[in-house]
Unconditional design. Structure first.
Length: 207
């Protein structure tokens, strides 16, 4: 059975989009505790330096770190999830707010991928994934959502994409040119793979 971990980061989270499966492990990174509290959810772990929250929550499992640390609070939560057997990590509240934090969270997705798990950043209007070369992955159609694919590495080769308005066959994507922007999934699923390189997949809709 897949071990899905849910992380509430410090950005604004619309409770209506949050999916909490029966079998889950909920981690709140610093200010993410406010979301869990507002939703009446008991986190399995609360972690961070708590400079954003302004106080240390009184929970059974609180991991306190100094503010002068190398890891972001979200990265601390991700590392904790990986150490506890996560193979799927859904992160909410990581695409809102400061651009530098957003970019750091995208880098965190690559850390998840490189440690044998799969991650996704989820907001009301966007979903972001990292996909390395290897086996194809499927992405479900979302009506009125765009589906974009970019190269995170300098170059991704042998890129194949089916089930979309603009398919790709043995394509080359480069980080310096946004060839894969604003596509649409036409079938029930899109299937994406690359022989070499690392891809960023972004699902988004108009706001």
């Amino acid at each position: 059975m897949s071990r899905r971990f849910i992380i509430f980061a410090g950005g604004e989270i619309n409770p209506e989009i949050v999916e909490i499966p029966e079998e889950r492990y909920l981690i709140c990174a610093d200010r993410g505790f406010m979301t869990a509290e507002a939703m009446g959810l008991e986190p399995d772990c609360v972690i961070g330096d708590f400079d954003s929250l302004g106080y240390v929550p009184k929970c059974s499992n609180v991991q306190i770190y100094p503010s002068g640390k190398d890891d972001t609070d979200t990265m601390l939560a991700v590392k904790y999830a990986l150490e506890n057997g996560a193979d799927e990590i859904h992160i909410y509240g990581a695409l809102e707010g400061r651009l530098d934090h957003t970019f750091a969270n995208i880098q965190t997705l690559l850390h998840i991928e490189e440690h044998g798990a799969r991650g996704v950043l989820i907001s009301e209007n966007s979903r972001v994934y990292i996909q390395k070369s290897g086996e194809p992955r499927c992405y479900a159609k979302r009506d009125e959502w765009y589906f974009s694919v970019f190269s995170y590495s300098d170059k991704s080769t042998g890129v194949n994409l089916t089930g979309t308005e603009y398919p790709l066959e043995d394509a080359v994507l480069e980080s310096s040119f946004p060839l894969g922007v604003s596509n649409h999934i036409m079938d029930e699923y899109a299937e994406l793979s690359a022989e070499n390189g690392c891809l960023i997949v972004i699902e988004s809709r108009e706001t």
